[in-house]
Design a protein around this ligand. Sequence first.
Ligand code: NAD
Length: 487
Amino acid sequence: MAHSKALLVLENFIGGKFVPCSSYIDSYNPSTGDVYCRVPDSGKEEVEAAVKAAKDAFPIWSSKSPLERSQILNKLADLIEHDLEAFAQAESKDQGKTITFARTVDIPRAVHNFRFFASSILHHVTECTEMPAMGCVHYTSRAPVGVAGLISPWNLPLYLLTWKIAPAIACGNTVVAKPSEMTSVTAWMMCQLLEKAGVPPGVVNVVFGTGAKAGEALVCHPEVPLISFTGSTLTAQRITERSAPHCKRLSLELGGKNPAIIFDDADLSQCIPTTVRSSFANQGEICLCTSRIFVQRGIYSEFLKRFVAEAKKWKTGNPSDPTSDVGALISKEHLEKVRTYVKKAQAEGARVLCGEGVDPLALPPGNQKGYFMLPTVIAEVKDESCCMQEEIFGPVTCVVAFDTEEEVIRRANGVKYGLAATVWSSNVGRVHRVAHRLQSGLVWTNCWLVRDLNLPFGGMKASGIGREGAKDSYEFFTEVKTITIKH
Ligand code: NAD
């Protein structure tokens, strides 16, 4: 393809050096539809070089004390924070998300990921038991596993990549990371800071490229014993198959079809703005976004009226405009896919109350070819509809009525996913009862997206295998050994 303007050209980061690649893929600015960046199209050869560099760096890095590693992680956090605005601008341009979201969520969380694991690595203790009658003491020791393969998606690029890099290297592993080919820029920018932060060459290697080439080469590499993956359930199935001959350790953080359950005693003044946010934040491109809203029948009409009015306040526009609430979707293909769901719902007799196909979308002249879509609310959708069963991953949410607690639990659980749910009620007993019975790795009551990184994060059913979080990440990224001493 011919390119008129000078393009940003990324390079792989291997063994502490930026290395050009023999072929490249185009990366688009979702808010304009223009190619603006070229991303290495890495394959086996590049992955091989990165794994070698990571293997070579492992003996020294793994023998550093947790305190030494912690200091380096903190330094890296400081450097990213120092450049927060540049990172936020880059993330917004590369992904289509609003500058406000990148400034207040993505990049601060990437900084926090490094600070959090820099601190938490200092506080883990191992177990010890005694068997006095046998004259024995048992204890466990934990050691880093080796070269960790880290594969991340496009929706929260630096946020999710650092959620993997930070615990992996804090525990003493070295890593080969592969960000999404659609959003590689901030990972490349982070590589520019590693040397200054004191991360030795080879500890963090980043190989850019597609899942089919670079991703699979990493998954199939015999000297990468663990893979931490965040992405779709379909890709996770493929990764599981391809890694099975090597019996790799896998952490799989996958999709969701997250319900919000709103009882008639909910505080709607809190619930409505939060549920609009949980449905449309980051264009609905967060695995934790709400996409099925169950409202108790007595408040259904009032809820719907107020919810649609609130959703209409969300401004879709140029992501770099700080007044925009909704930016562009990641790609033209993804936009088409999301639109198709809305069309299918309409064909099935559901009502589109606002957004796609109903309201006009006014965009600035420079954004006419961008991949934009208005926040869309659909009502009267059948539970068996694909819109209520499949992950749409866009600014679309479905609202339906329910009558009883028993019924709504059954319907909320009636999908293949089990990642995150929200429950809105002022009845504490009910909140506990419902939370216990929901098949969901996370349940938020009367709030959304409030995270304590100490606690497990992850999904049930098709939403994943394994959990991440301080203790869980530590366990995933280390190998445990039980030692018995007879005295
Ligand atoms: P995806 O599965 O298409 O891609 C994710 C990553 O895997 C990318 O880096 C991609 O290049 C790579 N990949 C693709 N095929 C591969 C293969 N065969 N082998 C190895 N790597 C491969 O997902 P996506 O479209 O980038 O992201 C959206 C999905 O991610 C949604 O389903 C969303 O719910 C999920 N997600 C889950 C979480 C969570 O924490 N549970 C968080 C964010 C996103």
